[in-house]
Ligand binder design. Sequence first.
Ligand code: NAG
Ligand code: NAG
Ligand code: NAG
Length: 498
Amino acid sequence: MFSNEFFLFFAVATSIISWIQPVHGQTISGIFSSSDQSQLLQAITNAPSFASGSGSADIVIDETTVYQQMVGFGSSMTDSAAQAMHNLKNANSDMYNKLLKNTFTTQGAALNYLRVPIGASDFSYSSYSLDDVDGDTSFNSFNISSAPSYLFSTLADIYAVNPNVKIHILPWSPPAWMKDSNTMNGGSLKSGMESSYPTYLLKAVQGFKAKNLPVVAVSIQNEPQNSDTTYPSCKIDDSTQATIAKSLRSLLSSNDLSDIKIIGYEHNWDGTSSYTIPMVNDAPKAFEGAAFHCYGGEVSETEAFISKFPNIPMYLTECAGTTGSNWWNDVQWYVNNLWSPNVSSMTTTASTGLMWIIASADNGKSPYPGSDSCADGGCRGVATVTTSKVTFNQEYYSMAHYARAFTSNDGSTLGKKIKASGGYNTGDDKKNNFNVVAYATGDRYSLVVLNNGGSTQKSISFQGKQAKYTFPTGLTTLWWTGSNTSTKRMIRKRRISK
Ligand SMILES: *[C@@H]1O[C@H](CO)[C@@H](O)[C@H](O)[C@H]1NC(C)=O
Ligand SMILES: *[C@@H]1O[C@H](CO)[C@@H](O)[C@H](O)[C@H]1NC(C)=O
Ligand SMILES: *[C@@H]1O[C@H](CO)[C@@H](O)[C@H](O)[C@H]1NC(C)=O
């Protein structure tokens, strides 16, 4: 009896409190993509508001625990991707402009980070470097325009629709004459060339700058542990990469390019301990990031890197979808391994997220003569682009939900990851997967939830207020405006103590 009366009193008291307190509703907006693809980046119309609430919540957002600064999401712009987009521009400029808007602005996927090969890659049409004159160690014959003009014009068009886009350049191989194989395909950097090669990379940065493109970063070598004789590739060991990075760092600085970051490694998770860690150890001041690919090992292996170098950001710069694979399985894999992996320290997740090519023609095969790259299945682009049709793939939708979360509405500012609890991952094959991640971008807060467990209602707590939302099966991004109340308290305290 007593307890019933108590609860009655409690219920009345609570309702009076919520009645007298003005409800500072913080309106939530959002987008949703369903696991069955019937809704894709659909604006959410039934989003709740944060209102006063009490008790524990299912999802708790903690703005005082701040993780890494996001740098951007995007993809690689190979010659083949630029060619596909350029062909569409010539055939149907309206469709091309829509492709740019839907991919690179906050009205679409808000992608802002492009990785661009220096010279030929496995998605070029022929072998070339930016200086193919034998023995030209002074690089007098270096010519940035050896790369196809449609590559530069496509990048310029993207820069025009997204002035915040960032370009990260890197070679798939040094020029053939700098290698022991004397070809772009496979082999290693010739010994002695580590003193000349940094000048080639400097010239590449200057060349892209001279084309008025916003280069922010350069890497020494794509996949430096891979020598494949069927396409541009080159082995460079960890200590050689560190030596090259040190001279490149000083060359960049003495050429007024100190803002260009050198991002090391650029290969699979499984080389973290054997390559990435000793490489950065050798040149800790030269590297401002280490980039990983998803094709070997597990994302959890990067924890060893982050715990050793907590102030050097980890980048995720390459992962390719295989044509014909399952849409929703892929989305879940990307979320659980790339965008929001469950590792012991959330800071081990990457500051960038890039899928392989931004655009591919129908079959996703490598156009490089004789190449065995992407031979089985074919590598799907973020968009499949022909001269009459654009199809956005699972890579596009999965990145869009996160990029839209951490990018300000005007595209100018990227957020930091903040703590959010309430995710879980149970059952075989992650059957009851509920993946939760939050970001703060200035005064814009956001939450991304992947739900694979059937429609479920959750309470979300933010700064002591709560909202209830029923998450359908799929990927949901919610955002709202708020101010950092802990900052305010700190400022007030400081004023009082003056
Ligand atoms: C650079 O290459 C482009 C394209 O092949 C060519 O048109 C141009 O003349 C070259 N520039 C020089 C200085 O050789
Ligand atoms: C993450 O993994 C740990 C064990 O490694 C587990 O205890 C925890 O429940 C997992 N969290 C999620 C959100 O799956
Ligand atoms: C909010 O303010 C606190 C206190 O100044 C600070 O530690 C925290 O990093 C801030 N959070 C964000 C997301 O900026």
